[in-house]
Design a protein around this ligand. Structure first.
Ligand SMILES: Nc1ncnc2c1ncn2[C@@H]1O[C@H](COP(=O)(O)OP(=O)(O)OP(=O)(O)O)[C@@H](O)[C@H]1O
Ligand code: SF4
Ligand SMILES: [Mg+2]
Length: 355
């Protein structure tokens, strides 16, 4: 669903979310610096949609997911779930809310306790939340295993006795145990072979249809994200640089970082070629991110003003005065203009303005 077609109340909304991890040093372990893992993120996730989240390693995807679940406490910002600011919730209320939001991790082997049987693992959330009798819980576990396509013989077996794909199904069954509304899939299929990956993705999509689930789908695999997502957010050094409907983003990436990421991603159609855009240098340190547009140290189109000014500010200026927009640094950079540049005609006009 495009940003501009928001429903009244999204399932999740985060505003200006910040997470700085302190780095301590010296004899008194004083804070000497901080890792700006998430640095002013605002976005919403609508009920029943899949929002993809992509970006290079270390850009803050997992931290953002963990913040939404309140597995990390933010340094600043607001998090709304079903319209309520969950940062004001006390621990007991937060515990109850945890039933509504679950996470599926990349590595099911390390996230499943090797000493517990599948029955214990999948039934654990039910036990922790005191749901049902022992017998009822066992029935629910059997039902969940059926939902994720596992046999009932699996009940008494241990994680090491399964393949990677089966282990991920067990992880999904556990995540479903409490009938959640939101599931954060953090690189949930990244460790699997391509064919198994497809099976788990199909399973996630079927479950979404059946139970009306909402997903935040974190991955560095752009093809998988394009396939599963209604909208996609692109993250760079703790910030969302572009967010749009999946079709719009993949056909017309506006931010040069998105353009570069997509240019490195293979296209299924062998007759189509993309021009590869090579990014300069490494991702800068999140301890001391570049000023202005954070991407300016690697951007092919960077101009002097990019190190002073953030694209978002320019967009505000742009919207105030559409007839005589402020200059963009380059015709190739339309960073921050996604909401305005949705219609192809406008897009064309806009590009011409800067050529
Ligand atoms: N608990 C922590 N303490 C200090 N720094 C942290 C902590 N957790 C994450 N970071 C740092 O925050 C930044 C973002 O990390 P995060 O795990 O969110 O990135 P990511 O986008 O999920 O990366 P990947 O694609 O490799 O999983 C990184 O620089 C990481 O080193
Ligand atoms: S041209 Fe400037 S503002 Fe646009 S992405 Fe590049 S560095 Fe950022
Ligand atoms: Mg991660």
């Amino acid at each position: 669903m495009p940003e501009t077609e928001k429903t009244a109340s999204p399932l999740v909304e985060v505003k200006d979310l910040v997470k700085h991890f302190p780095i301590r040093g010296g004899v008194f372990l004083k804070e000497i610096a901080s890792v700006k893992a998430v640095d002013g993120v605002s976005l919403s996730i609508h009920e029943g949609e899949t929002l993809g989240l992509v970006g290079e390693s270390g850009c803050g995807k997992t931290t953002l997911g963990r913040l939404i679940l309140r597995l990390e406490e933010p340094t600043a910002g607001e998090i709304y779930f079903q319209g309520e600011n969950i940062l004001t919730y006390r621990p007991s209320r937060m515990r109850a809310l945890r039933r509504e939001m679950q996470i599926v991790f990349q590595d099911p082997f390390s996230s499943l306790n090797p000493r517990k049987t599948v029955a214990e693992i999948v039934g654990e959330p039910l036990r922790v939340h005191g749901i049902g009798s022992r017998r009822e819980r066992e029935e629910r576990v059997l039902n969940l295993l059926e939902v994720v396509g596992m046999r009932r013989e699996s009940l008494r077996r241990y994680p090491h006795q399964f393949s990677g794909g089966q282990r991920q199904r067990i992880g999904v069954a556990r995540a479903l145990a409490l009938n959640p509304k939101l599931i954060i899939c953090d690189e949930a299929v990244s460790a699997l072979d391509v064919s198994i990956q497809a099976q788990v993705i199909n399973l996630l999509q079927d479950l979404q249809g059946e139970f009306g689930l909402t997903y935040l789908f974190i991955s560095h695999d752009l093809s998988v994200v394009e396939h599963v997502s209604n909208r996609v957010a692109v993250m760079y050094l703790g910030k969302i640089v572009e967010i749009a409907a999946s079709d719009d983003l993949y056909t017309t990436p506006l931010h040069p970082y998105t353009q570069a990421l997509l240019s490195a991603s293979p296209i299924p159609d062998p007759t189509t070629r993309r021009q590869r855009i090579l990014l300069k240098g490494d991702v800068p340190s999140p301890i001391d991110p570049p000023s202005g547009c954070r991407f300016h140290t690697r951007c092919l189109y960077a101009r002097e003003l990019c190190s002073r000014d953030e694209p978002r500010r320019r967009r505000q200026g742009y919207q105030r005065n559409k007839a005589h927009p402020e200059p963009l640094p380059s015709p190739r950079c339309m960073a921050g203009l996604r909401d305005f540049v949705r219609e192809p005609a406008t897009r064309q006009g806009l590009t011409l303005c800067y050529q």
